[in-house]
Design a protein around this ligand. Structure first.
Ligand SMILES: [Zn+2]
Length: 675
């Protein structure tokens, strides 16, 4: 049987031939890919020739060519369109990946070559980019334990492997909890729900072969439900289910996984010579130390909590005036905040909603990319992995730049959240390889024949993920090691969060926020009310985020807690967490931190990057033109196309001249005067 994953793809732009790929192609393709990667590493390590950049580092860049291709397809599918067969294979694969990585990193002959090159770096006649890539390889080997001796080596390999298994289990448990839960509503349960939400809930019920209406745990459904439903009992039920993901007892409970993960991370850090896992994780980041992270988070926490406490009093009064007694609870906050926004800013989601059509917001993001970076987007008629996913060819100055795939709608086989990933990265080591980048979101799909509508929050998400996509697609480097989003974790949210600022540029909304039924552009006065309310409820948003980031930091910055939930409670009590606000991601479903290593002791990264994105957008404001061509060119050169070619602060300073303080961030969130 021919396996399309092992063939050269002759499809347009070498887009994976999804229609020919079936689930059973993956296991044999991975077998072959593991063999090829191992053989390539062995050949490099045993090469009799003197170690040089080409026969060592460039050879390593090529070693996983097949693996990258197969894994690119596989992991995008397990996130966006999974099924039990793929999930089972994913569980099988995670220890195998950990083994391969450990073997490569612990290959003494290979590390000796990399180390020798690194020691003689200045005599090799390397370009700046090559020198940077060599440094990063050397650092990767050291951080994976290449310099460890004796028993410590095997111990670290075991720990790393177990951590990979735990991360996969955590993710799959979460997906199962999210997939299984929904709340079916009858006609009598819809009090307060506007039409768009009724339509979306009817569609969600239909997708689950149910009649009536269903509220799922997808953010695009549950958040508006919590805002609009006047049924406090149903809000409570939905909110508690949302907050209990990963913590439902039984097979899919994540608490034991969390505890073991934290303990193993501590062992890993100690083996590598670090005082704590946070010290280990933060060393290569911009922040460098747990103290620097804590300083930033606490600088923001204080004014945010003060604001949230004041807001809680106002919302409590509103609730009492409706005759509802007792404390304001977490399932009340969004409901009364929405009412307050209506009262203070004359703004409600139902009035806004028809102006935020998904297709128009995609056009808006494309148009901003055109005005800033000269990109054009051309719809491609190619079969993808799901009928809802769409593809565009992206051109720059008339030349092919990338393929962009947008997969926007929630469905049961997709994990929650929104993300940007890729089927292929940019490089030019062996001729120009252009990226295939994908944005995956969980927006509510409209019933057949109607345009899908976003919340303003969804529109931000769309711009955010598209900012990551631009970072990936504009990449202009030689080596995949530093391509696109391969940058420090606390820098990677800069291109995405910065791009969100263009959504709120008035001329962008004036053009693209058009009414779904009438086609009329958003009225000036509604636009003004929307922008005036931009910082509304930032106390809440900042508190729920910062609390999560501080819990993440506390988990990793000291001794690993034997009872993480007790540790979480202790941190929240110390902070004085407001009663009616909970963490944005509670520990048992905190996928950023426990689905893998990605954002572990790194959830602060969004805020670290926000310090820069707030300051970076100020540059455009100072210029008096959100599309200032000279600034846009600098932004492209030093940030969006530069990948990880330099240290992150050098990239930022090249764009802006200096590193920013926290002031622009506080101002951006409307928290600058509330301290
Ligand atoms: Zn992001």
């Amino acid at each position: 049987m021919r396996n399309p994953l092992l063939e050269n793809w002759t499809t347009r732009f070498e887009i994976p031939p999804f229609v020919r790929i079936t689930d059973d192609h993956f296991a044999p393709a991975f077998d072959q890919a593991f063999r090829q990667s191992r053989a390539a590493v062995k050949a490099i390590a045993e090469d009799p020739a003197t170690p040089g950049f080409a026969n060592t580092i460039e050879a390593l860049e090529r070693a996983d060519a097949l693996m990258d291709r197969v894994a690119g397809v596989f992991f995008n599918l397990t996130g966006a369109n999974s099924n039990p067969a793929l999930e089972e294979l994913q569980r099988d694969l995670s220890p195998k990946f950990a083994d391969l990585h450990s073997e490569t990193m612990m290959n003494a002959a290979l590390f000796a070559r990399v180390d020798k090159l690194f020691q003689n770096k200045d005599t090799l006649g390397l370009t700046a980019e090559q020198s940077r890539v060599l440094e990063l390889y050397h650092r990767m080997f050291l951080r994976a334990g290449a310099a460890l001796k004796g028993e410590d080596r095997t111990r670290l390999a075991k720990v790393t492997k177990r951590l990979a298994v735990l991360g996969t289990a955590f993710t799959q448990n979460l997906l199962a909890d999210e997939r299984d839960w929904f709340m079916q509503l009858g006609k009598g349960d819809l009090d307060g729900l506007p039409d768009f939400l009724r339509d979306a809930a009817a569609q969600a019920a239909k997708e689950r072969d149910k009649g009536g209406y269903a509220i799922t745990l997808s953010r695009s459904l549950i958040v508006p439900f919590l805002q609009f439903s006047s049924r406090r009992d149903l809000r409570e039920k939905a909110y508690l289910a949302w907050g209990a993901r990963g913590e439902n007892g039984g097979d899919t409970d994540n608490l034991a996984i969390v505890t073991e993960t934290l303990a193993l991370r501590e062992i890993r850090a100690h083996l590598l010579g670090y005082a704590s896992f946070a010290d280990f994780k933060l060393a290569p980041e911009m922040a460098k130390t747990p103290e620097a992270v804590r300083d930033l988070l606490m600088a923001v926490w204080k004014p945010a909590k003060a604001q949230a406490d004041r807001d809680a009093e106002i919302l409590t009064d509103m609730m009492h005036s409706e005759g509802v007694n007792g404390d304001l609870e977490p399932w009340d906050w969004r409901h009364y905040a929405a009412k307050r926004r209506l009262a203070e800013h004359d703004l409600n989601e139902a009035e806004l909603k028809p102006y935020f059509q998904l297709n128009r917001m995609i056009d808006a993001a494309f148009d901003c990319a055109n005005r800033l970076f000269g990109l054009t987007f051309h719809a491609l008629d190619v079969p993808l992995y799901h009928a809802d996913a769409r593809a565009w060819e992206v051109r720059k100055d008339g030349k092919h730049l990338a393929v962009f795939i947008g997969d926007y709608f929630a469905r049961p086989a997709k994990r929650s959240g929104a993300w940007c990933s890729r089927f292929r990265s940019q490089s030019r080591l062996d001729g120009e390889v252009r990226p295939i980048t994908v944005n995956v979101c969980n927006f509510a799909k409209a019933p057949e024949g109607q345009p899908s509508l976003l919340t303003f929050d969804d529109a931000h998400t769309l711009f955010h993920e598209f900012g990551h996509a631009l970072h990936s697609m504009l990449s202009d480097v030689t080596y995949q090691m530093i391509a696109g989003t391969s940058v420090a974790r606390d820098f990677v949210e800069l291109p995405s969060q910065l791009f969100e600022h263009w959504l709120t540029v008035p001329e962008v909304l004036q053009e693209f926020a058009t009414h779904a039924q009438t086609g009329v552009n958003i009225p000036q006065d509604l636009l003004e009310r929307l922008l005036a309310a931009r910082n509304f409820d930032q106390g809440f948003a900042t508190v729920e985020y910062t609390a999560s980031a501080l819990v993440d930091l506390d988990f990793h910055a000291g001794v690993a807690p034997a009872d993480p939930m007790a540790k979480q409670a202790e941190t929240l009590a110390r902070l004085g967490m407001p009663h009616a606000i909970r963490m944005r991601h509670a520990t048992p479903h905190f996928a950023h931190v426990f689905a893998g290593d990605g954002y572990s002791s790194g959830y602060y990264s969004y805020m670290w990057s926000e310090v820069m994105d707030a300051d970076a957008f100020e540059a455009f404001e100072e210029a008096g033109n959100a599309f200032d061509p000279e600034l846009a060119a600098r932004l492209e050169r030093h940030i969006y196309s530069a990948g990880g070619s330099k240290e992150a602060d050098a990239l930022y300073t090249a764009f802006r001249g200096k590193m920013p303080g926290v002031e622009a961030l506080l101002k951006g969130r409307g928290l600058d005067e509330s301290a």
